[in-house]
Design a binder for this molecule. Structure first.
Ligand SMILES: [Zn+2]
Length: 174
């Protein structure tokens, strides 16, 4: 399964599809190939073999409603640029945790939703453990950047399940 990046007509990244869906879009004339797959792989289509694309672009602009990003653990880490909001250290996929500013237990007891953009931040395991089950002010900890405020990002994040292909990099910010 090859992942294919779908761009809007304006070259903004929209989402990621698998290559079978990309080929269907291509055969339907809905998209054009922007970057072919680097390994030059092809698949058999109705009467011909088609090169698997890596990046495709919609021929017609699709208006994406700006509802804001959908909350997910991955999206919180992406919003906080894979850095701990408490100590500022750089996180990796292995070390990154999502901390609840108002602890989950506190949220449960008070009928507050815990997994919201405003209540979740990227944190390292050390800071997460130091803060523990306490409220932020009670823990004596503070955000590394005093101006930082967790909120719903304006842009959407592409959540990728595999490595970013080198030919995608010019089209996405990360
Ligand atoms: Zn930290």
């Amino acid at each position: 399964m090859v992942q294919v990046l779908v761009l809007n007509a304006t070259y903004e990244p929209l989402h990621v599809v698998d290559h079978r869906r990309a080929i269907t879009l291509l055969l339907g004339g809905k998209v054009e190939v922007v970057e072919p797959a680097r390994d030059g792989r092809t698949v058999a289509a109705v009467t011909q073999r088609i090169a698997i694309p890596s990046v495709i672009r919609l021929r017609r602009y699709v208006n994406v409603p700006q509802r804001g990003a959908v909350w997910s653990r991955q999206a919180v880490l992406a919003r906080d640029r894979m850095a701990c909001v408490y100590c500022g250290c750089k996180l990796t996929a292995k070390t990154a945790t999502v901390d609840h500013v108002l602890p989950q237990r506190y949220c449960r007891e008070n009928g507050i939703a815990a997994n919201t953009w405003a209540n979740t931040v990227a944190a390292c395991a050390t800071c997460q453990a130091r803060k523990g089950d306490r409220l932020l002010h009670a823990s004596g900890m503070r955000f590394h950047d005093p101006a930082y405020e967790p909120r719903r990002p304006r842009t959407r994040y592409l959540v990728l399940s595999s490595e970013i292909a080198p030919e995608w990099r010019q089209y996405i910010e990360f």
